[in-house]
Design a protein around this ligand. Sequence first.
Ligand SMILES: [Fe+2]
Ligand SMILES: [Fe+2]
Length: 182
Amino acid sequence: MQLYTTKWMELSTHTKNILGLQLPTDPRWVDLASISIEAILTDHAYCEQKAALTCISYIQRYSDKDLLVDSLAPIVTEEWGHFRMVVQELRKRGHSLGKQRRDEYVNCLIAFQKKGGRIEDRFLDQMLTMALIEARSCERFKRLSEGLEDEYLRNFYRKFMESEAGHYTLFINLADHYMDKQ
Ligand SMILES: [Fe+2]
Ligand SMILES: [Fe+2]
């Protein structure tokens, strides 16, 4: 099964709008975000770093799942490439990477995951949590790609939006592939 092929343009209109997210980000969020592009870039850089680290940890944890290993290995490279791109943007603007902030959204999602029980159930929770995180990133990047005044940054975020949409699909497909369907 070829997983990592879904392009943004191939998604349905419903999926393109919100990727199944129940609560859309308020469009006015972009106005707040644009007040400090430095803070947005710093938070974004750490999101990319965590995405790469999480994929590495799943490769270690689920080393017997060949499809997962083969699918996530290139995503590690891609997410780390994203991290480097965002750090480069900070540098261009004369900023350091800055300190990592607590990510309440991700922490709450992780707290919601199953603890104990069957490893298959935990696996499903982990894949779906990653899909949700990717979906939210994609949606936020869409807002930035549409709402920022700077054309360069709008294009910059459009590329990330397309990439994270593909990751959302990948994690859904991995959950589906390995899910116990009995
Ligand atoms: Fe990314
Ligand atoms: Fe991603």
